[in-house]
Design a protein around this ligand. Structure first.
Ligand code: XBP
Ligand code: MG
Length: 247
């Protein structure tokens, strides 16, 4: 058995980047009279920068009509980012951002088996609370032994800080934990903390086959297309994760 299952949020629990943060950023630009809009492909490039605020600042450096002074830029980025988070919460509350297939069932497997659950994300706490509150109910926090977000781990993925904090809060050694991630930065962060990783492909990272991962596949909702192969065609159960880990 494993000691803990650590979950990335964006792209892993739900398709939050394409169907949540990107839409909300564009709505925030519009609401604040900012002339920029990001397309789906451009947002994919921008995902190389972790953190919505940092991502926006990075893009501003290339926008000719961005405020010239760093302090004004930071103020505008903070305003856009805060409104983006409010608009993201509205998308989630409207039920437009479902959990990915197989996620709820795997969480339930862990609860039934007494495997500790953790969140290790570079997203802001408010966004995590919106998503998990909507899908797991108001007692969602009690279902996780550790929830580490951007505020507690300011050195964002691929830095291992978020995983190191989560392991410390869980009091579980790295070798006993398994992480579920969708992005190269997320995999790098978990590996640097000594945590084994399962990769679920997401819209923005459909091919990711990073070195040193336990397994990679398209969806936790199906046993099809995984490497190494899953033992059966149904959803990825906790037993399958334990099997991959023991190989
Ligand atoms: C994903 C991120 C986040 C989100 C936006 O991290 O980089 O920044 O895009 O969230 P992960 P914020 O996959 O590790 O959860 O606007 O709250 O930063
Ligand atoms: Mg992710």
């Amino acid at each position: 058995m494993i000691g803990a299952l650590l979950w990335d949020v964006d792209g892993t629990l739900a398709e939050t980047e394409r169907d949540g943060h990107l839409l909300a950023f564009n709505r925030a630009f519009e609401a604040l009279g900012v002339p920029w809009r990001w397309g789906t492909a451009r947002y994919g490039e921008l995902l190389a920068v972790a953190g919505g605020y940092e991502r926006l600042l990075h893009d501003m450096a290339q926008q000719p009509d961005a405020p010239p002074q760093p302090v004004e830029r930071a103020a505008l980025a903070r305003r856009v980012h805060q409104l983006k988070n409010e608009l993201y919460a509205r998308i989630v509350a409207a039920g437009e951002l479902p959990l990915r297939e197989g996620v709820a069932a795997l969480l339930a497997d862990c609860r039934a088996a007494g495997v500790a659950l953790g969140i290790a994300t570079t997203s802001s706490a408010v966004n995590v609370a919106a998503l998990l509150g909507r899908h797991l109910g108001s007692s969602w926090r009690a279902q996780f032994a550790a929830v580490v977000c951007a505020e507690q781990a300011p050195r964002k993925k691929p830095d291992p800080q978020v995983y190191e904090h989560a392991l410390a809060a869980l009091a579980v050694p790295a070798q006993a934990a398994v992480a579920i991630e969708d992005s190269p930065a997320g995999v790098a962060a978990a590996r640097a903390a000594g945590v084994a990783v399962i990769v679920t492909h997401s819209h923005y990272f459909p091919q990711l086959e990073a070195d040193g991962v336990l397994a990679a596949g398209p969806s936790l909702g199906s046993g099809a297309g995984w490497r190494p192969a899953a033992a059966d065609a149904g959803r990825i159960e906790l037993a399958q994760i334990v099997r991959w880990r023991s190989h």
